[in-house]
Design a protein. Sequence first.
Length: 673
Amino acid sequence: MSLAANPRQYVVRFIFIGIALVMLVRLLFLQLFEDKYKVMANDIAIFRKVMYPPRGVIYDRKGKVLCFNEKVYDLMVTPNEVSKTIDTMQFCNALGIDTATYNKLLQKARFFNGPMRQGVFIQQLSPSQTARFQENAYQFNGFQLLERSIRSYPKPVAGVVLGFIGEVSPGMLKTERFSSYLQGDYVGKDGLELSYEEVLRGQRGVNYLEKDNFNRPRDSYKKGALDTPAISGRSLQLYLDQALQEYGEKLMQNKLGSIVAIDPRTGGILAMVSSPSYDPNLLRGSDRAKNFSDLYSLATKPLFNRAIKAFYNPGSTQKPMTALIGLDVGAITPSFGYPCAGGYYACGRRIACTHSGGGHAANLRLALANSCNSYFCDVYRRSVDLGKFGGVKKGLEDWYEHMFSFGMGHPIGVDIPYEIGGTLFDSNAYNKMYRGVWNSCTNVFIGMGQGELAETPLQMANAMCIIANHGYYYKPHFVRAINNNPKDTVLAPYLEKEVVTHIPDTNYAIVALGMQDVVERGTAKVAQIPGIDICAKTGTVENKANINGVATKLQNHSMFVAFAPRTNPKIAIAVAVENAGYGATWAGPIASLMIEKYLNDTIATNRKALEDRMFKGNVISKYVYILDSAQRAKDRLREMRKMEAQQMADSIEQARRWRQVQFVVDKYYYRKK
């Protein structure tokens, strides 16, 4: 068969001709009708101005503004458009900088954005800088003011919760989450600002402007037909109560520690205090970097959110959980008593108890009210050594699973970043520590909240929610609604009920009654509020530190956990005050005042003296500064060693290069000879 008679060749020819026609038509359309590409082709005559939207406003539970926006201007620069004949002195005088700073900032913009792209020259000009620049802007080609909005805070509270915004870093730009950002864009750096960045940021817009013969942007191109509007960020409505937060920060003045208050019915966080706190207005404006550095260098670490990052032995606040596990596995009954005579001796050494009189641990409620160490050490051992487990290692695994379900040993999932999970050891961990040879006496201390168990204040408050709700909780969170929509998909994880191990209601009820006894006739009488049934537990936590190589016993940490009222609870709370002594001395009064403030909106006259003592108390230990000085000395030594190692490496590299040069010279010299 001849080639001319083959019909397939015509099909192939038509396909190629069709593709060519489609491409030609598309090119014709792009050149004659598509305005977007005209703009790209004529970018010398048309200026593309990015419009940044205002971030969403943040409100407290009563609609009070916690955080809003103020208008500022960034000075932007396109390095290649800066005239070589620019009057540098006049420019620097207008902005109040020197020529060395001018050159440094211009080189920085060129390095990060390239010579043809616009980048930040100076962030957040002051009003006087803005006015002086605008007066002379026509003389400074390549420079342009870009309108921004920065955060402002009506009340100087909740800094660690709200977070702050700043310029996106080069490291952040490399991550998938921030890949759509440009150098110079602002982004949330901590707290709610970071967690809800995509909600708060809004959507950038673009305006196209025609340039005049002096290369200055003037009229809107095509009357704004190609412009895209900026879309404002969505607002956040929180569970946080501004008045309660402010009150808590005042109570914690001159103290190290934290307060976490949660509504157990929703998991909504009513207050989260980390002390010392700081004014979030310090981390805005042109002084943000300096203020951040100053705050970061303080020994008391105000930027460190102790509520979710610090973890402590829970001390006696662990005892309600120990009781629940013992009841659930069948190791004890509510009537179980222990004949404590001032200490626990069953493990071959004395574990001291603060009570020595007979009958103070005759049953579970009495043992909780009197916080008997011996009782809860024994309950722990009975729980893990129970015959049905066939050995302590299996028994500890069951204990671990109970504690894990209570929210210990892992981050709970609060909606601000950098939460840690504390410590909770399983059998594998103890096998590694003791090479498989251990028993219930090895770790008996965890039954009373010491030893290898450590929890954050958030975890302690969440445990109170579990007891208050008789076996479930909602993940603690701040945001109640987004743009007044409480069922926004972003909030879905916080609407799901988290059910823990299925402990019977009767067990929770007996533990709650025992915790009420703690306040009414036990170690927390200081927390009594007429008309409110408070269920609580004090904690006094041993505190040791290594100071200059010497193990030093420091002042105990004061701990307190509670929920109220016992029936239909509305608030669960945990308070930690570092280096402050007994739980009933500082943490207990602070927690009870917070409960009274929230439930009654006022403090009774007969408790004003207690309130005043909490306001004025100063319990920051001198060891905080000693430990900080020791840590700083270690840091300086580490930096010196790093510098010495780098200098050594540089010297070796220089010597290597010199040998290479010498080899080439010698080779050339001898070859010439």
